[in-house]
Design a protein around this ligand. Structure first.
Ligand code: FE2
Length: 187
């Protein structure tokens, strides 16, 4: 007779989200906000605005052009943000989550800036490009609003993967007779 002798629930692929707050950062944020606002005034109505030219998932507002690396722009506050906040945070994440020495782990940072107003939003998306290991957001200014406005929403990426596998299985239904077989594929 077959009996279940042991069962456990194991978390194999947890998504580690590092959250950091900084004190004494108001002046820096004000300066960065000014820089982004100036870019928005200069490029917002042009084809360079990635929020309106179809280059991004941003809906409305302003996003720096796809070919511009925002954190590399020649601006004292943006450079401070990159060197004293973003890079050290990435290094800490590499160390704590991936358990690798950041000194011997070369990485490249892609970056862009967004400026959203009332009614502007981000459509749900992932960053699935190859070699994208970490995604992060730095908030310069957060409006006082009622949720979901001004809020960041996470969707379980593992469920998204299962859904896409099911989708593939449905498309290949002539090869896979019923969806119960899909669980075999997922396992
Ligand atoms: Fe994104």
């Amino acid at each position: 007779m077959i009996k279940l002798s042991k069962e456990s629930l194991e978390s194999h692929f947890p998504t580690m989200v590092m959250v950091r707050d900084y004190e004494g950062i108001d002046d820096l944020n004000r300066n960065i906000e000014k820089t982004i606002k100036a870019l928005s005034m200069e490029l917002g109505q042009t084809h360079q605005n990635a929020a309106t030219n179809g280059d991004s998932t941003t809906k409305g507002g302003f996003q720096t052009p796809a070919d511009m690396v925002f954190l590399d722009m020649k601006d004292e506050s943006v450079s401070y943000l990159k060197n004293h906040i973003i890079l050290p945070t990435i290094e800490e994440y590499l160390l704590k989550v991936f358990n690798v020495d950041p000194l011997y782990t070369p990485f490249k940072v892609k970056s862009w800036a967004n400026r959203l107003g009332e009614g502007d939003w981000q459509s749900p998306h992932m960053h699935p490009k190859e070699y994208t290991l970490i995604s992060g957001i730095y908030y310069v200014e957060i409006p006082e609003t009622i949720a979901p406005a001004g809020h960041l929403e996470f969707i379980n990426p593992a469920l998204a993967i299962i859904e896409s596998i099911c989708f593939l299985v449905k498309r290949c239904s002539s090869l896979v007779p019923n969806l119960s077989n899909a669980s075999v594929l997922i396992v």
